[in-house]
Design a protein around this ligand. Structure first.
Ligand SMILES: O=C(O)c1ccccc1N[C@@H]1O[C@H](COP(=O)(O)O)[C@@H](O)[C@H]1O
Length: 199
């Protein structure tokens, strides 16, 4: 199972030392983990770089993709199928987020499948992400997914063991607020413990 660490900003180089497969950078200005207007992305990052966006214009997303050489675009809002089609047409790799804590509709999920690379299931509350709250992961087992999925939402050291008991095993887990000292500053000791736990 691969590891995505999200909400990075202040200690990216140190987190690289833990060797995550994906690193997420939040480009949504209302997030406390927003990287900022003129973020200096460290050079030579080995992990796949994921930009996280919430209902932002295609132009803005494309411009930031280019500027930071993002490998994946994580669409964390209500982006439509047409929106994904437009980004896919210019060779983007897409992670589309769905609310795992609300009833998941098979037809809706199917309609995105051709135009995305991964589903990501997160607990969606009033804030778009980074809520630190888990949902009932067993609901995913009832779905027939045409693309691999990433599991997110309140994953911490205390509940990560439950993930492997899921029938439909995720391609990756995505961790965020349970592994930080403060928003944007990740807790390296906890991340190392996690890495060992999922190996
Ligand atoms: O973390 C944020 O502030 C955030 C803001 C807007 C969209 C997504 C955001 N984070 C994503 O939230 C999930 C779950 O985080 P948590 O583990 O529950 O804290 C994760 O996918 C982040 O990419």
């Amino acid at each position: 199972m691969k590891l995505k660490v999200c909400g990075l900003r202040d200690n990216v180089d140190e987190v690289e030392g833990v060797d995550p497969d994906f690193m997420g950078f939040i480009f949504y200005p209302k997030s406390p983990r927003f990287v900022g207007e003129d973020y200096l992305m460290p050079k030579g990052i080995r992990a796949k770089k994921v930009g996280v966006f919430v209902n932002q214009s295609i132009e803005e997303v494309m411009s930031l993709k280019q500027k930071y050489q993002l490998d994946y675009l994580q669409l964390h809002g209500d982006e439509s199928v047409d929106y994904c089609v437009e980004l896919k047409a210019v060779d983007s790799k897409i992670i589309k987020v769905f609310a795992g804590n609300k009833p998941l509709n098979q037809e809706v999920l199917d309609s995105y499948a051709e135009f995305i690379d991964f589903y990501l299931f997160d607990t969606k509350l009033d804030k778009h992400g980074g809520n630190g709250v888990a949902f009932d992961w067993t609901t995913i087992d009832q779905l027939r997914l045409k693309k691999p999925y990433i599991l997110s939402g309140g994953i911490g050291l205390e509940n990560v063991g439950e993930v492997s008991r899921s029938v439909n095993k995720p391609f990756a887990i995505d961790v965020n607020s349970k592994f930080e000292i403060s928003p944007g500053l990740k807790d390296l000791e906890k991340l190392k413990e996690l890495k060992t736990a999922i190996q």
